[in-house]
Write a protein that binds this ligand. Sequence first.
Ligand SMILES: Nc1ncnc2c1ncn2[C@@H]1O[C@H](COP(=O)(O)OP(=O)(O)OP(=O)(O)O)[C@@H](O)[C@H]1O
Ligand SMILES: [Mg+2]
Length: 376
Amino acid sequence: MQNSGQPYQAAHEVGRVYDAITDKKVLADFFLTTVLQFVPAQRGYLFLATQNKTLLPEAAAPAGTEPSKELIAKVREAFDSGKPFAREGQLFLPLVVRNSALGVACFERAAGEPAFTPKEVEIGFDLASQFSGALKNNILFEENLKMERLAAVGQAMGMVIHEIKNIMQLARFSDEMTRMGINEKNPKFIEQGLAKMKKTMKEMEGLIWEMLSLTKDYQLEPEKIDIPAILEELKGDLTERAEGYKIRLDFKTDPGFPSVEGDGRSLYRALLNLVKNAFEAFSDKSDACIKIRARIKDGDFYELTVEDNASGMSEEVRARLFEAFFSTKGKRGTGLGLMVVARTVKMHQGTVTVESQPGVGTKFILHLRRFFPKTS
Ligand SMILES: Nc1ncnc2c1ncn2[C@@H]1O[C@H](COP(=O)(O)OP(=O)(O)OP(=O)(O)O)[C@@H](O)[C@H]1O
Ligand SMILES: [Mg+2]
């Protein structure tokens, strides 16, 4: 088709804006409005094809107007032909992009108004083609998003299963130990087996809590908490493992540490994740040490820090630390640990900073308020 003249140019320029609109509904409404601006008509309708080629109404201008049965029959004809045409005060513009038919737009004039001219058909079809390109991108974008979400769900499931397997292993071990104690009438084994079972349950609860904390609607329940007691608990839970790794754990709390407001369980898990990361950052080192500190700061703030003298990290790793699923540990890591830390700090309206130097070590600083800020 020939295209020339000012209205054509102006319409073509307007059509370029379609690409910038990411919301499908807004895009559809805007398309109908722009066509009606250059090709005046009483009503306009947009029909989009489903995967099995059923044509469903997507938008109408003015909004809420219903197409007649007879018009719908002609819409089907336009869709099958793939060519624009005007007939008896009605204009049909198939939406085609790279040989795939997406739907049809059609416009109706009031009885007695002049018929659509070939030039108007041309302008309308040009706008419809530009709209089809933008719509296709929009559809592809939505499909990609769905695929990404599915992949993320898969990844998260993989991680949960991996963690559950570890916990199951601990449960099996506790079970065997307890049974052995009963069979051999050895109270020490029974005691150790039961202690391991208690630890298993704590790990399970921790995993459930972490998964919950990553959901969108999770809300903290702030209460008065005892930070030195949380550090003591962490010490009790990690000492055996640290000894196994030959890593020294150094816990220190400022004397007279006041009670603070917050969510004790989430702060415990945040610290646990930081210490676990530190454990994992050591390769053979003779003076391996992790310092865990709770400090009182000015102006009703306090700080929790976890500092190691392990591998440190590169700029690239530091820049991506808090991204979901970012891990440098291959199958051993899922890249959710620091996300849990970041979520916890955010929910306490605090901040987290990281200092790290390759070959020297890493320090995570959680800067928190003593009083939980009220959210309105
Ligand atoms: N103390 C640290 N020293 C060096 N690198 C670290 C340290 N803490 C975190 N990192 C880096 O940050 C990455 C992300 O940590 P994150 O805890 O989110 O995930 P992960 O430990 O890999 O997996 P997981 O979900 O099991 O915790 C790690 O893979 C690691 O490369
Ligand atoms: Mg981790």
